[in-house]
Design a protein around this ligand. Structure first.
Ligand code: BJW
Length: 232
């Protein structure tokens, strides 16, 4: 049947109670993106940014994986070929559902990064501005999150997977943010079949051959049953 690559966004964690970004009451309605999700915002007001991610870390720890995360973990366990989840999410709900083959392309709330020496270590639940780096000892810790203008992680690996997959699926992402929004075009160009799961068509929805509309906790388990029944 071949390799399956699944791109996930904030919509897959919405039914676990974590807010999305671009909904009317989403995170970008409550915070200016320039203030909390850019390196320039961090340089201007590190406390504002660190507090924003401390609050998100606490919300993520209090949330539980839902039937959508669990369906993708089940797919990885029982599909005879490779299944890769590439998530834009910084929460840890995929790993807590049991997904192992996972790329956090926009970083993770669980990580801290030194912006002076690039050392990485597990973030404490509550970070403070000016926390010391355990390697270079300077007060240059930041959340290990990919902000606007920064290069997302593991891009070469992701493009290799897009070039060699049979199916590319996208779940709960609006198609506003690149390079992730460009993955469907790349996967199609390389010959993959493409399928989108969302409440409504995303900005790049026209590029998908198949679109399943509805909450991911319903549409994903049904699709995983369908895929696994074809391989049984
Ligand atoms: C459900 C659901 C349910 C709800 N079931 N579905 C001009 C043109 C093109 C590009 C650029 C440009 N100017 C600048 C750029 C680049 C820029 C960019 O894309 N800007 C755009 C705004 C135009 N991108 C970057 O800077 C990136 N870096 C980069 O490009 O480096 C250079 C490079 C060059 C060459 C190759 C590769 C790279 C970095 C982007 C970093 C994004 N960071 C953020 C914040 C940090 C993480 C965090 O704090 O959590 O990442 S922004 C934010 O958006 C977050 C998300 O991961 C990301 C995507 O959001 P997502 O997941 O799509 O959420 P929403 O809210 O938008 O959508 C939710 C969806 O779920 C909706 O569709 C709902 O319908 C759906 N839904 N409930 C199913 N129950």
């Amino acid at each position: 049947m071949g390799k399956i690559v699944i791109l996930t966004g904030a919509g897959i964690s919405a039914e676990s109670g974590l807010g999305t970004f671009r909904a009317e009451d989403g995170l970008w309605a409550q915070h200016r993106v320039e203030d909390v999700a850019t390196p320039e915002g961090f340089a201007r007001d590190p406390k504002l940014v660190v507090d924003f991610y401390n609050a998100r870390r606490a919300q993520s720890a209090a949330a539980e994986p839902n039937a959508g995360h669990e369906a993708l973990a089940r797919l990885e366990t029982y599909h005879p070929d490779e299944v890769i989840v590439v998530t834009q999410n910084v929460d840890d709900l995929h790993e807590r559902a049991g997904t192992r083959n996972l790329i956090h392309m926009h970083g993770a709330l669980s990580g801290a990064l030194c912006h002076a020496c690039d050392h990485r270590w597990p973030a404490p639940m509550v970070m403070a501005p000016g926390d010391p780096c355990p390697s270079c000892r300077r007060g240059t810790a930041r959340p290990d999150i990919v902000w606007f203008g920064e290069m997302p992680y593991q891009m070469d690996e992701i493009f290799d997977h897009l070039a060699s997959c049979e199916i590319f699926a996208s779940v709960g992402t609006s198609g506003n943010v690149y390079p992730a929004a460009g993955f469907v075009a790349e996967a199609r160009r390389m010959g993959a079949r493409t399928i989108e799961f969302n409440l409504e068509r995303s900005l790049v929805g026209d590029l998908f051959e198949d679109v399943r509309l509805g909450p991911a906790t319903g549409t994903l388990p049904a699709w995983v049953d369908e895929v696994l029944s074809r391989t049984a």
